[in-house]
Design a protein around this ligand. Structure first.
Ligand SMILES: Nc1nc2c(c(=O)[nH]1)N[C@H]1C(S)=C(S)[C@@H](COP(=O)(O)OP(=O)(O)OC[C@H]3O[C@@H](n4cnc5c(N)ncnc54)[C@H](O)[C@@H]3O)O[C@H]1N2
Ligand code: MOO
Length: 395
């Protein structure tokens, strides 16, 4: 199979499966998911003209007073009638402005003696000062969040304010993780000889902590065709996404591809024009999408960032599941790239980006320093310090 470009690989992966079923959930359960349909306002906000400050509702033309304080308007209540000429209403932040009033005199600029009120400062600068107009945030029936919009903290507040106690989202994808390799032991276990702890499973599970998905780590399986096949059958029963790490390359013990084929999977592509992460493999096993990630920990991290996280967002119905790079300036030169797009791990230094000195796809001590990926196309020339580069922040 020929190496395919990253953007094409991402598009082909996302085309394999439509977003998951819609469910209506309480607001907080929607956090981290995406609106399944347009969310419209069921009410107008503010519902009335409201005071933005504690003070007095007055007629602007009557400055500097004196006024007679004729009553009060508190949040959740109201003045009860229109303001007559020469009258002021004591008012508090969030309280309805009485009809007839057109400005708020803040209490720091007011002098009050019994019911008698005068200005003791500049006063309101214009008609409408310190008044939040009815519908100034949104009006009933207006679009609050379009289908596919991310439901973050502000979106939850907006939906709540718009009268929604529950919203329609897609169900959370179920993600199964499997580490392959005879050399692997569970983290914390002894590592005699050339054995090593399987770090990819916990790394990927941690990487998905901020994604609205359910992760089941199926642990480690040996480089054995039947053992990997049995694990695939078990995972396919109750997963939307199956993620393997290791065994993706061409060695005699790289058995993920043959195991998948034996299990009846349809492989869509294998090998992407990227570094690290070239041997990434995508296919379908029954209804589940299979992502075969390389075993090298940095390659697994980068391919999970570029494929697994966007796939989860897509199944959740995200309008834009693939993160768009942003532009930053280099604080150090970058070498040219060869035939693959390169994702250099980098960090911030005084507002600019620096590639880390360690770029080995197995080097976790360097990866832990990384805050971003510097994205370089295939066959690109070297870049000088100060050049602009696209970057992707990483989790
Ligand atoms: N002849 C070729 N050899 C390799 C090629 C190639 O094109 N031709 N590609 C290289 C590239 S690029 C990568 S990336 C790796 C990917 O290899 P695999 O996906 O088959 O991974 P393994 O060989 O199983 O493991 C690689 C490396 O990672 C360690 N590993 C594996 N699983 C874990 C885990 N869960 N936690 C921590 N570390 C893990 C494993 O011990 C190996 O050291 O292939 C190149 N070879
Ligand atoms: O492409 Mo592999 O992922 O360099 O190490």
């Amino acid at each position: 199979m020929a190496l395919i470009p990253v953007a094409e690989a991402q598009a082909r992966m996302l085309a394999l499966k439509a977003p998951l079923a819609v469910e209506t959930v309480p607001l907080l359960d929607a956090a981290g998911r995406f609106a399944a349909g347009d969310i419209r306002a069921r009410r107008t906000q503010p519902a009335a003209d409201l005071s933005a400050m504690d003070g007095y509702a007055i007629r602007f033309a009557e400055r500097p007073g004196p006024w007679t304080v004729a009553g009060e308007s508190a949040a959740g209540g109201g003045f009860g009638r229109a303001l007559a000429p020469g009258e002021a209403a004591r008012i508090f932040t969030g309280a309805p402005v009485p009809e007839g009033a057109d400005a708020i005199l803040v209490q720091e600029e007011a002098a009050r003696d019994g019911d008698r009120l005068t200005m003791a400062g500049e006063g309101p600068p214009r008609i409408g000062a310190h008044i939040r107009r009815r519908g100034g945030d949104f009006a009933e029936g207006g679009l609050l969040l379009p289908a596919g919009a991310p439901i973050g903290a502000a979106a939850i507040a907006l939906a709540a304010s718009g009268g929604h106690g529950a919203i329609a989202v897609r169900r959370r994808p179920r993600v199964a993780l499997l580490s392959t390799g005879n050399e692997l032991v569970a983290p914390g276990e002894p590592t005699p000889g050339a054995l090593l702890p399987a770090s990819n499973g916990p790394m990927l599970a941690a990487l998905l902590r901020s994604d609205a998905c359910m992760v089941h780590d199926h642990g480690i399986v040996r480089d054995d065709l039947d053992a990997i096949g049995a694990a695939f059958h078990a995972m396919a029963r109750d997963s939307d996404i199956i993620v393997t790490t290791g065994g993706a390359s061409v060695g005699d013990h790289d058995l993920v591809l043959p195991a998948l084929e034996k299990a009846g999977a349809r492989i869509d592509f294998w090998k992407v024009r990227m570094k690290p992460g070239k041997p990434v493999m995508i296919g379908m096993l029954g209804d589940a999408i299979v992502l075969g990630l390389p075993g090298n920990p940095v390659s697994a991290f980068v391919t999970a960032t570029l494929f697994l996280k966007p796939l989860i967002a897509h199944l959740l119905g995200a309008a834009n599941p693939v993160p768009e790079p942003v532009v930053a300036r280099l604080a150090a030169p970058l070498p040219p790239t060869q035939g693959r797009a390169e994702y250099f791990r980098g960090r911030w230094a005084e507002g600019r980006v620096v590639p880390l000195s360690g770029q080995d796809s197995a080097g976790l001590s360097a990866l832990v320093e990384a805050a971003l990926l510097i994205v370089r196309p295939p066959d690109a020339p070297g870049l000088d310090e100060g050049a602009e580069v696209p970057i992707l922040p990483i989790a």
